[in-house]
Design a protein around this ligand. Structure first.
Ligand SMILES: [Zn+2]
Length: 228
């Protein structure tokens, strides 16, 4: 049986240990925006990215660890078709506080799916989502969202219509080849249970190459996966 521990280890202690291991190996933590503005260095940089799909308030425990370790992350929140309300009091204040601590807030969206299902214009949905968040946060980037049972994928649409989207005020999308070419992308996946999809962060840290770690807060916990 293949490494059974890896199925059930996404704890806060583990999250903190990854950050501490990277800091001990001289990694510099930065937001996605800082990484791009810094010229996408391919060595020694660590991006912590959160796509917030479900249970938004469970992200706070990850933010608390980042603050304790003195590092920053990039947090992408959903608006249209979201399972949570980004304007809900505790969610909004969590994001506001994170931004004040140096985190970057961005948009996590499948605006194309929302537009197709509701028979409205895709860029109109995206514009509404961007404007809502950008009223309160300094939004620079979009991370395209896909459900496990996805129908439509916004990413090719974003690439094809980037001129109009950048005119709207967005500066990057998170799968920009500049970022992917200069980092090792590490994320969770199901195979069939929860695990690292390809590389583990510990293995990539040994290479000293830049790391782009995407996590989904609803899979991470303090004591057990069902606590929130
Ligand atoms: Zn998502």
């Amino acid at each position: 049986m293949k490494n059974i521990d890896s199925h059930n280890k996404f704890s806060m202690d583990y999250y903190q240990s990854i950050i501490e291991l990277a800091l001990g190996n001289g990694y510099v933590f930065c937001t996605v925006d800082e990484f791009i503005k810094g010229g996408c260095p391919d060595k020694g940089h660590f991006i912590l990215r959160h796509d917030v799909d479900l249970k938004p308030l469970t992200l706070q425990q990850m933010i608390d660890i980042e603050i304790k370790c003195g590092v920053v992350s990039s947090i992408y929140a959903r608006v249209a078709g979201s399972n949570y309300n980004v304007m809900d009091y505790p969610v909004f204040s969590m994001l506001k506080n994170a931004e004040e601590k140096g985190c970057e807030i961005g948009l996590h969206s499948n605006f194309l799916e929302y537009a197709m299902i509701n028979n409205v214009e895709p860029l109109r949905v995206l514009n509404a989502e961007f404007n809502l968040l950008n009223c309160f946060f300094d939004i620079k980037g979009i991370a395209c969202h896909r459900d496990i049972n996805y129908v439509y994928n916004s990413l090719p649409y974003v690439e094809k219509n980037w001129k109009q989207i950048s005119d709207m005020g967005l500066q990057y999308e998170t799968y920009d080849s500049r970022i992917l070419k200069s980092t090792t992308y590490v994320n969770e996946g199901l195979n069939p249970h929860l695990c690292w999809r390809n590389d583990s962060p510990e293995n990539v840290i040994q290479t000293r190459g830049s790391i782009y770690l995407l996590t989904h807060n609803h899979w991470w916990y303090t004591n057990h996966p069902f606590e929130a």
